[in-house]
Write a protein that binds this ligand. Structure first.
Ligand code: CP
Length: 304
């Protein structure tokens, strides 16, 4: 039995295989519509979500399976003090696979150590979000056709943005990747991501506060929201929240085939006037998340 807690648990060939399955699902949805008949996914969300929870649920329905779960800690027995370990043991009695989001880093790992069914990390605090990375990779594959030789700008809250940490981990395994890390000083990428992932893999990178200066060289611009829920005080959040706002003027010097991504939700960091730019990929990215979650459910349940 296998879980997915961190994107690096998937090899490059397994990522390729998941992407190929997702592409086949897109082409031949009927072929997959009964693959999970009789199976149940439990979506255990201790933190708010729109895309991740509902795309996991849509994914399971489109595979012919069923869904149970909760969307906030308050409506579960966690509010009475039940541990993550006990919750995982109990849900293993009712479902075939778990997707868990939790504000505490490491909670899905604890769940996976106590469950007797696969556990998928659907986002743990400011740490990791591996299934968002699966959505991101399918988007890059469909837009760029490759993962190597890309200059990838990551912009915004690189400190608390868990999607950024997982995406860097995944892309660091490909040749010719360059990261341009664009953030305010206070929201720079954590030291462990820089040393243990980027530098360890010999990946070229620069850190800057200047989005406009970086723009012309980017193949991909991955915008992120400043993560209000991870700040210790409101004052710092208010000071930093609008550090970067992408608008059509700022895109004037961008490549014609730039791919603009965002894990969403956005607040102000991408103006709605960018939405009709053919380079805006973020809504398609959210749809790609559903296909990759379908592929992942099949893989972890051992269904061909
Ligand atoms: N991208 C993402 O994780 O969105 P949700 O918080 O809505 O699930």
């Amino acid at each position: 039995m296998r879980s997915l807690i961190d994107i690096k648990e998937l090899s490059v060939s397994e990522l390729d295989s998941l992407i190929n399955t997702a592409l086949d699902i897109i082409e031949n949805p009927k072929k997959y519509s009964q693959k999970c008949q009789g199976k149940k996914i439990a979506t255990l969300f201790f933190e708010p979500s729109t895309r991740t929870r509902l795309s996991f649920e849509a994914a399971m329905y489109e595979l012919g399976g069923n869904v149970l779960g909760f969307s906030e800690a308050q409506s579960s027995s966690a509010s009475k003090g039940e541990s993550v370990a006990d919750t995982a043991k109990i849900i293993s009695l009712y479902a075939d696979i778990i997707a868990m989001r939790h504000p505490k880093e490491g909670a899905p790992l604890v769940a996976s150590m106590n469950a007797s069914i696969p556990v998928i990390n659907a986002g743990d605090g400011g740490h990791n979000h591996p299934t968002q990375t699966l959505a991101d990779l399918l988007t890059i594959k469909r837009k760029k056709g490759r993962f190597d030789n890309l200059t990838v700008g990551l912009c915004g809250d690189l400190k608390f943005g868990r999607t950024v940490h997982s995406l860097i981990s995944a892309l660091s395994r490909y040749e010719g990747i360059k990261f341009v890390l664009i953030s305010p000083e206070e929201l720079k990428i954590p030291g462990y991501v820089k040393t243990d992932v980027i530098e360890k893999n010999g990946i070229e990178y620069v850190e800057t506060t200047d989005l406009a200066g970086a723009m012309p060289e980017l193949d991909i611009l991955y915008m992120t929201r400043v993560q209000k829920e991870r700040f210790f005080n409101e004052e710092d959040y208010l000071r930093l929240k609008d550090s970067y706002i992408l608008n059509p003027q700022k895109l004037e010097n961008a490549k014609k085939d730039l791919c603009i991504m965002h894990p969403l939700p956005r607040v102000n960091e991408i103006s709605v006037s960018v939405d009709n730019d053919p380079r805006a990929c973020y809504f398609e990215q959210a749809l790609n998340g559903k296909y990759m979650r379908m592929a992942l459910i099949l893989m972890l349940l051992g269904i061909e």
